[in-house]
Design a protein around this ligand. Structure first.
Ligand code: AMP
Length: 185
C-alpha cells in the first residue's frame, strides 16, 4: 500500500515542532518526533534514555544506530501505516540513507524551514528547555551546520526539497508549507 511520509527539516529553533504539529493535524498523519521519543525515554529512565542522555545534554547527536532503531520501531506501529510526519529525523546523511532503504512505495516530501542563526539563538534563548542553555544552543547549531545541513543538498539532488522562509509568524510559515503540500487538508 502506498503511503505518505513528510520530513520536516531545519535548524533547532526554526519552528519544526510547531509546524510539524499543525501539518500532522492538517494531513491526519501522526507526528513522530525523535527528540520527543528520546525525552520520553529519558523521563522513564529506560536503557535507551540512559544511552542518549549525555549526548542530548551536550547538544550532540545521539549515535545513528540508536536513533534509527528507535525510529523504525515507532513507525512500525499501526498508526503509521498510511504515513507519518518526521520531526527531527533524519539529522545525518546515514540516517537519510537508512530511511530511503526502508521506504518502499512511499510519496516522500521534504519540507525545509530556513532561518538565520541570529534569529535561532534568540528564539532558543526564550524556550527554556534543558538543552537550551547558551553554550548548548551554540553546540546544537554547530552540529546542525556540520551534520544535518548536508541533507539540504541530499534532498535537492533527489528533487524532493521544498524550502520555506521560517522567519515569519507561525501562521505565515504554515500557509507557505501548506502550499507545498498541494493544498491537501
Ligand atoms: P530535538 O527535540 O529534535 O531538538 O532533539 C533533541 C536532542 O535529541 C538533539 O539535540 C539530539 O541530542 C537528540 N536527537 C533527536 N533526534 C535526533 C536524530 N535524528 N539524530 C541524533 N540525535 C537526535
Amino acid at each position: 500500500m502506498s503511503s505518505k511520509v513528510v520530513i520536516m527539516l531545519g535548524p533547532p529553533g526554526a519552528g519544526k515542532g510547531t509546524q510539524a504539529g499543525r501539518i500532522s493535524a492538517a494531513l491526519g498523519l501522526p507526528h513522530v518526533s525523535t527528540g520527543d521519543l528520546f525525552r520520553a525515554n529519558l523521563s522513564q529512565e529506560t536503557e535507551l534514555g540512559k544511552q542518549a542522555k549525555g549526548y542530548m545534554e551536550k547538544g550532540e547527536l545521539v549515535p545513528d544506530q540508536l536513533v534509527i532503531d528507535m525510529l523504525f520501531d515507532r513507525v512500525a506501529e499501526p498508526d503509521c501505516v498510511e504515513g507519518y510526519l518526521l520531526d527531527g529525523f533524519p539529522r545525518t546523511v546515514p540516517q537519510a540513507e537508512a530511511l530511503e532503504a526502508r521506504l518502499d512505495d512511499v510519496e516522500l516530501t521534504v519540507l525545509c524551514l530556513l532561518v538565520d542563526d541570529e534569529v535561532l539563538v534568540e528564539r532558543l534563548a526564550g524556550r527554556g528547555r534543558d538543552d537550551d542553555q547558551p553554550a548548548v544552543v551554540r553546540q546544537r547549531l554547530a552540529v546542525y551546520h556540520e551534520q544535518t545541513s548536508p541533507l539540504i543538498a541530499y534532498y535537492t539532488e533527489r528533487g524532493l526539497l521544498k524550502s520555506v522562509d521560517g522567519a515569519g509568524t507561525p501562521d505565515e510559515v504554515f500557509e507557505a508549507l501548506e502550499r507545498h503540500l498541494g493544498g491537501e487538508r
